[in-house]
Design a protein around this ligand. Structure first.
Ligand SMILES: Nc1ncnc2c1ncn2[C@@H]1O[C@H](COP(=O)(O)OP(=O)(O)OP(=O)(O)O)[C@@H](O)[C@H]1O
Ligand SMILES: [Mg+2]
Length: 625
């Protein structure tokens, strides 16, 4: 074995570079973060060869003093923190004084910078452990960092790089994350002089005051309430913006805001998921789990939500110094964060879907986002006012409004699609409900309705199933699923184990609204069942409950297995394909959907309804072309 020696600086930096700068995208991230820390409001990125040949970032930030250019390229040289106390409440993106030094160890780096007070710029070059003299140069206010031939002197590392297209894709993703986090800053990205993304700011580009380098390096949601939705749309897509709901909730020093997709816009991959903590893009198991859980009940398990969410919190409650690329954090109160993220999203997503999904254009979305921002509360259902024409059309089809009053009926606690008259839920003259009025049933499967936007198509089984399921859940939460005694008990042959289960778990089954008792050593009788289920399915429902109790025991059935069982029961009881519904029955389903949380998806995550606007129909018929 050889003797112990101190490693030379260049080698130390090359080893660090392996962790901090594992590919061009990582270098790009560090350079962009430096520009943001310097208060830049305009940032231009130019790449060649996927960022491996050339990576140049120009900003209009505060600049670096000529006498500090050399220091900026040295390891552990930073202007951002000076003590452990600073590190514990770090608000800038950088704090280690390591990024530029690492880059200088594995690439040719040129720094050109001019401060506000400078008469001209200064430049320094570095590569392979040596630095040039600082020489005068031409450059506007701000800094340009140029990285050429990444890993030119560490061939083993360079071999790990992927194709130009892949490295470029990584750079683009990094660029998007940073650009999303700062809608108040203008960004552009070019590859071989081809413009790939150009992201202007809303209006004040150029003349915004420069933030001090010591200031919190991100601006607040209040400042970005208008700019953020625009930036999100530019980076994710218009489609996302249109099918996402705004999120904004503040509690106990935490603020979660941004946009989250409704289940109809789910994706097969996780590639449209952006979560930022204090302006920093991160991946975190706790957060991922909380989001997944918020979507659990409404998203098919193979689909993934899309979201852009920001969590702002006091810096001392989160440790950002746990990962070489700062892409992971550690929360001091991880359980509280989980709860906060989960509850906020769950609440936003469970707002009855008809009231949120009809936001058909972006300006609507923007209005909603900024109104949410103003009130800092969860989105309130919006009122849809009816145009006179649809009502006239409805009247023509189904008679005048007076007659309709008689047709409206309560669906709330009815076991079946009851048709008793009931006047409270009839809409006033000037309003049309979000899902409109039923017109007809199609193929025994779909309800066709008309609302202010045009045609609404509802999968009646899927929708009804969700309604029954949510009602069962709410009733069980209140510990009282209303029981309906059966006039004639439904008897069925059962195995000895089922009979034993019926006896042992009688109380637990009563909680679920069932009274199942042995009639003989081989027969069970359903004497009562939940009022909201269909009596014709008494035996099937009773068998489901017994089966669950046998397999998992009462405690698990009433806790972790609960939703699955209620979902199965709801499926049995929901209207079936080819069941003929009357117009009032169909209207009941529509009204009930509007009242029911998560009614936009069936219990298996499939959509329950679609809107087809008059404009879309016009396009189909080439009207106005
Ligand atoms: N674009 C820039 N504008 C102004 N100053 C800059 C810029 N880039 C770097 N600097 C200066 O150079 C110093 C070193 O940058 P470097 O990225 O190596 O370290 P850091 O940002 O302090 O910490 P970290 O290693 O965590 O990124 C910074 O502290 C800052 O003072
Ligand atoms: Mg840095």
């Amino acid at each position: 074995m050889s003797t112990i020696q101190l490693l030379p600086d260049l080698l130390i930096n090359q080893i660090a570079a392996g962790e901090v700068i594992e590919r061009p995208a990582a270098a790009l991230k560090e350079i962009l973060e430096n520009s943001l820390d310097a208060g830049a409001t305009d940032i231009i990125v130019q790449l060649e060869g996927g960022g491996v040949k050339l990576l140049r970032v120009r900003d209009n930030g505060s600049g670096i003093a000529p006498e500090e250019l050399s220091l900026a390229l040295m390891r552990h040289a930073t202007s951002k923190i000076a003590s452990l106390a600073d590190l514990q409440r770090v608000a800038s993106m950088g704090f280690r004084g390591e990024a530029l030094a690492s880059m200088a160890a594995v690439a040719q780096v040129t720094l050109t910078s001019r401060q506000t007070e400078g008469t001209h710029a200064w430049q320094i070059q570095s590569g392979d452990g040596t630095q040039s003299e600082v020489i005068p140069a031409a450059h506007g206010q701000g800094t340009s960092v140029e990285i050429r031939e990444l890993y030119f002197n560490t061939p083993a590392r360079r071999k790990f790089l992927k194709s130009e297209a892949t490295e470029l894709a990584y750079c683009e993703e990094t660029f998007k994350r940073i650009a999303l986090s700062r809608p108040d800053v203008a960004f552009s990205l070019q590859h071989h002089n081809r413009m790939m993304l150009q992201l202007p700011t809303l209006s004040r580009s150029g003349n915004a005051p420069l933030a001090s380098i010591y200031q919190v390096s991100k601006t607040s949601w209040e400042d970005n309430a208008d700019a953020l939705p625009k930036r999100i749309e530019a980076i994710l897509s218009k489609e996302f913006s249109q099918s996402a709901v705004p999120v904004s909730r503040k509690a106990a020093g935490l603020h979660l805001y941004g946009m989250a997709s409704l289940p109809a816009y789910s994706k097969a991959s996780r590639d449209a998921q952006y979560f930022f903590v204090n302006g920093r893009f991160i991946r975190d198991k706790i957060v991922t789990h909380a989001i997944r859980q918020a979507y659990q009940d409404i998203l098919h398990h193979q689909r993934h939500p899309a979201f852009v969410l920001f969590l702002d919190m006091p810096p001392e409650l989160v440790d950002v110094n746990v990962h070489p690329a700062k892409s992971e954090v550690r929360f001091r109160e991880s359980q509280a964060i989980h709860q906060f993220v989960f509850h906020t999203l769950q609440q936003v997503l469970s707002t009855p879907v008809a009231l949120t999904e009809n936001a058909s254009d972006l300006s609507n979305q923007l209005a909603q986002v900024s109104s949410v921002q103003r009130t800092m509360s969860i989105q309130q259902p919006m009122q849809l006012h009816m145009a006179s024409q649809p009502l006239a059309f409805y009247d023509a089809l189904f008679g005048k409004k007076e007659n309709r009053d008689g047709e409206e009926e309560k669906f709330n606690d009815a076991p079946f699609l009851s048709t008793q008259p009931h006047s409270q839920s009839s809409p006033p003259e000037t309003e049309i409900p979000p899902l409109g009025f039923a017109m007809a049933q199609l193929a025994g499967i779909y309800i066709l309705a008309q609302n202010v936007h045009g045609l609404v198509v509802v999968d009646m089984h899927a929708a009804h199933e969700r309604i029954v399921y949510e009602r069962l859940k709410t009733a069980l939460d209140r510990q009282q699923i209303p029981m309906q005694p059966l006039l004639i008990p439904v008897c069925f042959a059962a195995e000895a184990l089922d009979i034993a289960t019926a006896e042992e778990e009688h109380a637990a089954m009563a909680q679920l609204g069932f009274d199942i008792a042995p009639l003989s050593p081989t027969t069970l009788a359903v004497r009562a069942m939940p009022a909201m289920l269909k009596q014709t399915h008494a035996e099937a429902a009773a068998r489901d409950v017994l089966h669950e109790m046998r397999e998992y025991g009462a405690t698990r059935v009433l806790t972790e297995r609960r939703n699955e069982l209620l979902s199965t029961l709801a499926c049995h009881s929901a209207v079936r394909a080819n069941q003929i519904l009357t117009v009032p029955e169909m209207n009941n389903i529509l009204r009930e959907m509007e009242r029911t949380e998560r009614s936009g998806q069936c219990n298996h995550g499939r959509p329950t309804w679609f809107q087809m606007s008059i404009a879309e129909l016009d396009t189909l018929f080439m009207r106005g072309k």
